[in-house]
Design a protein around this ligand. Structure first.
Ligand code: ADP
Length: 448
C-alpha cells in the first residue's frame, strides 16, 4: 500500500523527515512559506505547496492553510516535527478529524502533558518522582501560604501552569520577596499565556538536565532508548547534548526507566516521547514530558542504531515498533553540537547569506543540516543551522572526534556559535562532566 505524508515543518527536521519517508517509500508533500522556497528538502519532495507568508502565524502555524494543502494533495498523514504545531492538541485533533493521521500521540495525551500541573499529577500516579511543591490554587490567606512554603522550604520557583519555552518562571529565595514575586509572575503569565494560574515548586539549585527517550506503539507496547544529558544550556536552551547521560546512579536510573516504560504501556502511548528530569544528589525529579521528536534525538540514534523518525512513521502506519527492549543495544557515547546562526559574543541572531561553507565528515560523524553555500538564512525562524553529531567508544573519544569535526566545519557570510562549542569542548569542568544546568551562564560565560 502506498502512503503519502505531509511534512508540516521546515529546516533540518523537515529534511530529516523527508529522508526517513524516502527510505520507507512514503511519498512526501512539503509545505513552505514564501521566504522558504530555497529550502533543501523541497528539491527532493514529491510535491510542494506554499502555505503563506514568512511570519510563522501565516504559514507554519496556519492550521487552515496546512489542512488545505493536505486536502489538495490527498495525503494520509501529517508529520509535525518539533516546535510550531508539534505539541498543539487542537491541531492534532483537527488533522485527525479531517481524515489525516496526526503522527504523534492521541490528542488527550498531548493535552495532558501540555498542562504542567496535570502532567505532574499524571506521572506521579505512575511512580515517577516529581519536584516537591504545591500544585493547587494558591491560598489567599498569607499564613496558610507561609505554612505551605515552609514545608517545601526556600528557595522555591513559581511557575505558570501554561508556561513553555523556558518562560513564566521566577525563583524566590526568601519570604520577603514572595508577595511581589507572585504578583509579577501571575501578571506575566496572564500576558504571555492568557492564563494567570501559577504553582510552586522547590527550586533545585544545581541539577543536571537528564531525559529519557521512550517509544510506544499505541497498543500497550513500549520501550526506552536510554538517557540523554542536556545540561549545557543558556537561558534554558540546550546547546550540547550527549547520550548516554554519564555518571548516573544505576539503581535509581533502572527504577526510573521501568516507571517511564510502564507509564507508556499503561496509557497506550503512541509514537516517540521524552520525559525530562532535573537530577541532583543522585535523585530524579520529573519536570515535563515532550510528546514529539526532540532536536537532540540523533545522539540516541547514534548509540542505539534505532531510527526514531522512521519509528514515528512506522507506528503511525500501524507497523509497530521494529525492536523489543532486549534487542536495543547501547553502543559507546554520542555528542551533538547545535550550530546556530548567532553572534558568539552577544548571542544575537545572525541571519543572512552563506557565501561559502564546508561540512564536517568522516568515521563516526553525522551532519544533519539544511544549509548550503548560497543559502540565505531568513530572520523569521529558529536560528538552528546544523547539528554535528559524533559517536565513538567512549565520551572522551567522541569529544575528541567532535573537536576535529568542528575544526573542519566552516561557514562564511554569517556568524555562528562554532567558537563557543570549541571553547566548551576544551573546558575542564565539561570534560570532567562536572557541569550543571547553571554552569554555562553563571560561570563559563562570566569568566570570559
Ligand atoms: P519549559 O516548558 O518552559 O521548558 P520546564 O518546566 O521544562 O519549562 O523547565 C525549563 C527549565 O527551567 C529547566 O530545564 C530548568 O533549567 C528550569 N527549572 C524548571 N523547574 C525547576 C525547578 N523546580 N528547579 C530548578 N530549575 C527549574
Amino acid at each position: 500500500m502506498s502512503h503519502k505524508v505531509l511534512i508540516a515543518n521546515r529546516g533540518e527536521i523537515a529534511l530529516r523527515a523527508l529522508r526517513a519517508c524516502r527510505e520507507l517509500s512514503i511519498k512526501t508533500v512539503s509545505v513552505y512559506s514564501e521566504v522558504d522556497r530555497d529550502l533543501k528538502h523541497l528539491r527532493f519532495s514529491d510535491e510542494t505547496v506554499c502555505i503563506g507568508a514568512a511570519a510563522p502565524i501565516d504559514s507554519y502555524l496556519n492550521i487552515p492553510s496546512i489542512l488545505s494543502a493536505a486536502e489538495l494533495t490527498e495525503v494520509d498523514a501529517i508529520y509535525p516535527g518539533y516546535g510550531f504545531l508539534a505539541e498543539n492538541a487542537d491541531f492534532a485533533d483537527q488533522c485527525n478529524k479531517s481524515g489525516f493521521k496526526f503522527i504523534g500521540p492521541e490528542t488527550q495525551t498531548i493535552r495532558n502533558m501540555g498542562d504542567k500541573i496535570t502532567a505532574k499529577n499524571f506521572v506521579a500516579k505512575h511512580n515517577i518522582p516529581i519536584v516537591p511543591g504545591f500544585s493547587d490554587e494558591l491560598p489567599k490567606d498569607k499564613n496558610e501560604l507561609k505554612n505551605i512554603i515552609n514545608q517545601i522550604g526556600y528557595p522555591i520557583i513559581l511557575k505558570a501552569t501554561a508556561g513553555g519555552g523556558g518562560r513564566g518562571m521566577r525563583v524566590v529565595k526568601s519570604e520577603n520577596d514572595l508577595s511581589s514575586a507572585i504578583e509579577i509572575t501571575m501578571q506575566e503569565a496572564a500576558n504571555a499565556f492568557g492564563n494567570d494560574q501559577i504553582y510552586i515548586e522547590k527550586y533545585i539549585e544545581n541539577p543536571k538536565h537528564i531525559e529519557i527517550q521512550v517509544v510506544g506503539d499505541g497498543k500497550g507496547n513500549a520501550i526506552h532508548l536510554g538517557t540523554r544529558d542536556c545540561s549545557m544550556q543558556r537561558r534554558h536552551q540546550k546547546i550540547i547534548e550527549e547520550a548516554p547521560a554519564p555518571d548516573l546512579d544505576i539503581n535509581n536510573l533502572n527504577s526510573i526507566l521501568d516507571s517511564c516504560v510502564n507509564l507508556c504501556k499503561e496509557i497506550n502511548y503512541e509514537g516517540v516521547g521524552t520525559l525530562e528530569f532535573l537530577y541532583e544528589n543522585n535523585k530524579f525529579y520529573f519536570i515535563e514530558m515532550n510528546t514529539r521528536i526532540q532536536v537532540e534525538h540523533p545522539v540516541t540514534e547514534m548509540i542505539t542504531g534505532f531510527d526514531l523518525v522512521k519509528a514515528q512513521l512506522r507506528i503511525a502506519l500501524g507497523l509497530g515498533i521494529e525492536l523489543n527492549q532486549d534487542e536495543i543495544i547501547f553502543n559507546g557515547h554520542a555528542i551533538e553540537c547545535r550550530i546556530n546562526a548567532e553572534d558568539p559574543e552577544n548571542f544575537q541572531p545572525c541571519p543572512g547569506k552563506i557565501t561559502k561553507m564546508h561540512t564536517a565528515g568522516g568515521f563516526g560523524i553525522r551532519y544533519d543540516s539544511h544549509i548550503y553555500s548560497g543559502y540565505d538564512v531568513p530572520p523569521f525562524y529558529d536560528s538552528l543551522l546544523a547539528k554535528i553529531i559524533t559517536q565513538a567508544n567512549s565520551r572522551k573519544s567522541s569529544i575528541k572526534r567532535m573537536q576535529s569535526a568542528l575544526d573542519e566545519f566552516f561557514v562564511e557570510g554569517i556568524k555562528t556559535n562554532q567558537t563557543l562549542h570549541q571553547n566548551i569542548l576544551d573546558d575542564e569542568i565539561f570534560l570532567e562532566n562536572k557541569h550543571t544546568i547553571n554552569y554555562l551562564e553563571n560561570e563559563f560565560l562570566k569568566s570570559r
